[in-house]
Design a protein around this ligand. Structure first.
Ligand SMILES: [Zn+2]
Length: 361
């Protein structure tokens, strides 16, 4: 979820259907989390037409309710895929809105926006844009504040036919010194074209402080060395789950990051996760990764560690919240884990302790 300085929200690749994956966040949990803020959701971005990037929308927001009253745009690559559950949900939401609009004519109907080429009124949905001298239209995700820069670097690069991952909308957000690259499941021909186009570009349009790794941290088609080198991230966020069949993020991908300069992370060595770094110091990394056959887990959970790669599943079968907060003093980021079981226990505890009549939380 992206929150703009003015408060409006964007749901970015809202996740998979959790019916069969109970350890993932459920629609109800997310509704709880969003309580009081649902009407601030203005945009939904679905980077490409794969179920794990939109399946949770219908579970979080039932289509027969008029509650996404602030929703203006649903951005998709290519065009809404016919007969997909995304199309079904979008059509149902729009129908509910249309019916409610008869009573409340202030209600606006959310638009479906396939990413097209910029500034071309007759531009057709599905044409590739980005590194081919056809810039892409932008995403209007922070309309009330223009200090957030939003550039769509690529979309529809897979030709909108057989390779939805390569069609992913690739977006760079900038806010002051901070830049974030969001690339969905971008891989294969897409990043190849970007690398060819930008490898000698001194303005470094791909260079980014925070990289939300493509394709959940895949390694064979995505996150190749030359692509990572152009991004040169200071921090990396992966939305994978190494215990799921695809075993993302892959150890191979993390190894590439570890070997990259200037990221200069040091690898854990031995059981106590101590590391030997080129500068002679001992630093610690904290990450969990998967390879083709098994998982290489790490149990270390260390705060204030500039040399860590944190992933969303620090322990097997445990749900964890990861808090990412900016530290104004250091101009950096602080990341802490909180185990969901601990939170639930804490909530139950707090409830018991609240004296009658004084509970305001
Ligand atoms: Zn995916």
């Amino acid at each position: 979820m992206i929150q703009c300085p003015g408060g409006c929200l964007t749901l970015y690749d809202w996740g998979s259907n959790t019916a069969s994956r109970t350890k993932f966040w459920s629609g109800e949990e997310l509704r709880c989390y969003l309580e009081g803020r649902i009407n601030r959701i203005q945009s939904i971005v679905v980077t490409h037409h794969h179920f794990d990037h939109y399946g949770l929308l219908s579970r979080t927001f039932p289509s027969n309710k008029v509650e996404l009253t602030g929703l203006r745009n649903i951005y998709v690559s290519c065009s809404l895929k016919k007969k997909s559950s995304l199309e079904t949900w979008v059509n149902a939401i729009r129908k509910t809105f249309k019916d409610a609009k008869l009573k409340n004519n202030k209600l606006m109907l959310p638009n479906v926006q396939p990413i097209k080429r910029k500034g071309k009124p007759n531009s057709v949905a599905g044409q590739p844009c980005g590194p081919n001298d056809h810039p892409c239209q932008t995403l209007e995700i922070c309309p009330e504040k223009d200090e957030v820069g939003v550039t769509v670097l690529a979309a529809n690069m897979g030709g909108c036919d057989k390779t939805p991952n390569a069609d992913s909308i690739v977006t760079k957000l900038t806010f002051g010194d901070l830049s974030i690259l969001l690339s969905g499941d971008f891989e294969g021909v897409g990043p190849q074209a970007m690398v060819t186009h930008y490898k000698d570009d001194n303005t470094k349009p791909l260079e980014t402080k925070v990289y939300h790794v493509a394709h959940h941290g895949a390694s064979s088609q995505a996150n190749k060395e030359d692509w990572l080198k152009l991004i040169s991230p200071e921090a990396v966020v992966s939305s994978g789950d190494p215990w799921y069949q695809y075993r993302h993020p892959r150890c191979k991908m993390i190894k590439r990051l570890l070997q990259m300069d200037p990221v200069s992370l040091c690898e854990p060595e031995g059981k106590d996760d101590k590391t030997k770094c080129p500068d002679g110091t001992s630093k610690q990394s904290s990450y969990t990764c998967g390879n083709e056959k098994n998982i290489v887990p790490s149990t270390s959970t260390i705060d204030n560690n500039k040399y860590a790669i944190y992933t969303t599943t620090p322990g097997e079968q445990k749900m964890n919240l990861i808090h990412v907060t900016s530290t104004n003093d250091e101009g950096g980021w602080k990341i802490t884990y909180e185990n969901m079981d601990q939170i639930k226990n804490k909530e139950a505890d707090d409830k018991d302790k609240t004296p009658d009549g004084e509970g305001e939380d």
